[in-house]
Design a protein around this ligand. Structure first.
Ligand code: FMN
Length: 216
C-alpha cells in the first residue's frame, strides 16, 4: 500500500490476499446486475443460484458471461459443474419482489439439493433448454454454453462462462406501446460491495441521450 496521491490509497493486488482484493473489487464494479441461474445436474436435479459477476458482451449473436468463482476447497460451484455437464442454463433477472428468495438460494447447500424448494419460487418450462425458468422473474434468458475461460487457480479464481442466448422471455406488462421494454417497470435489484444492494426505482432513474460527435 502506498500514497501516490494524498487523498487515495494505492494498492497493488499482488500485496493482498485474494479475499481482500475481492472485497475492494466488489465496490469498484458496482452496482452489478444479478443473474439468477437455473441449471440441471447430469442426473437431472434442479439447481438455482445467484451470480452478480454477470455481463453482456455483444449481440451478434447475443451472449452473456457469468463467473462462478472457485470455492475455498478448490471445487467448482454446482452451477458451473451443471453447465459444463449439460451445456444449458436459464438466467432470470432479479427484481426487488424476489430479492429475499434469491438470497435464500445462495446458501451453501450440499450437492444434489434443489434450492427451488426453500426459495418458494415456481418453475416454468423453458422453450429451447431443459432447465426451468423462474415464473416470478419478468425477464429470462435461455442460454447454451459457448466456452468456459478459467483465470487463475485456487480459491476465488475466475471461471468465465460465456453463453449464447437462444431464447428471451419478456413479461408483457414491461412493454411500452412501441414494443420496447420500459426499464422503469422492471424493478431491478443490483449487488454492490459487502452485503449492500440497490433498487432501481423510477424516481432514481434518469435518461441521457447519446451525444453526436462535434465537428472537429
Ligand atoms: C446477490 C449474490 C450474488 C452472487 N454472485 C456470485 C458470483 O458472481 N460468483 C460466485 O461465485 N458466487 C456468487 N454468489 C454466491 C453464490 O450464489 C453461492 O456460492 C451459491 O451457493 C452457489 O451455488 P451453486 O453451488 O449451487 O452454484 C452470489 C451470492 C449472492 C447472494
Amino acid at each position: 500500500m502506498s500514497d501516490v496521491t494524498p487523498e487515495f490509497l494505492s494498492i497493488d493486488p499482488a500485496d493482498l490476499p485474494a479475499s481482500d482484493a475481492y472485497a475492494i473489487m466488489l465496490h469498484c464494479v458496482a452496482p452489478r446486475p444479478i443473474a439468477f441461474v437455473s441449471t440441471l445436474s447430469a442426473d437431472g436435479i434442479p439447481n438455482l443460484a445467484p451470480f452478480s459477476y454477470f455481463m453482456a458482451g455483444g449481440a451478434n449473436p447475443p451472449s452473456v458471461v457469468i463467473s462462478p468463482t472457485t470455492r475455498p476447497d478448490g471445487s467448482k460451484k454446482h452451477t458451473q459443474t451443471n453447465i459444463e455437464a449439460t451445456g444449458e442454463y436459464v438466467i432470470n433477472v432479479v427484481t426487488a419482489a424476489i430479492a429475499e428468495q434469491m438470497n435464500q438460494t445462495s446458501a451453501d447447500y450440499p450437492e444434489g439439493y434443489s434450492e427451488w424448494e426453500p426459495s418458494g419460487l415456481h418453475p416454468l418450462a423453458a422453450v429451447k433448454v431443459k432447465p426451468a425458468r423462474v415464473a416470478e422473474s419478468p425477464l429470462a434468458i435461455e442460454c447454451r454454453l459457448h466456452t468456459v475461460v478459467g483465470h487463475g487457480t485456487g480459491p476465488l479464481s475466475a471461471n468465465y462462462i460465456i453463453g449464447e442466448i437462444v431464447q428471451f422471455h419478456v413479461r408483457k406488462d414491461l412493454l411500452r406501446e412501441d414494443g420496447r421494454i420500459d426499464a422503469r417497470r422492471v424493478g431491478y435489484v443490483a449487488r454492490m460491495g459487502g452485503s449492500w444492494y440497490a433498487h432501481a426505482e423510477p424516481e432514481n432513474m434518469f435518461e441521457l441521450a447519446r451525444p453526436a460527435a462535434p465537428n472537429l
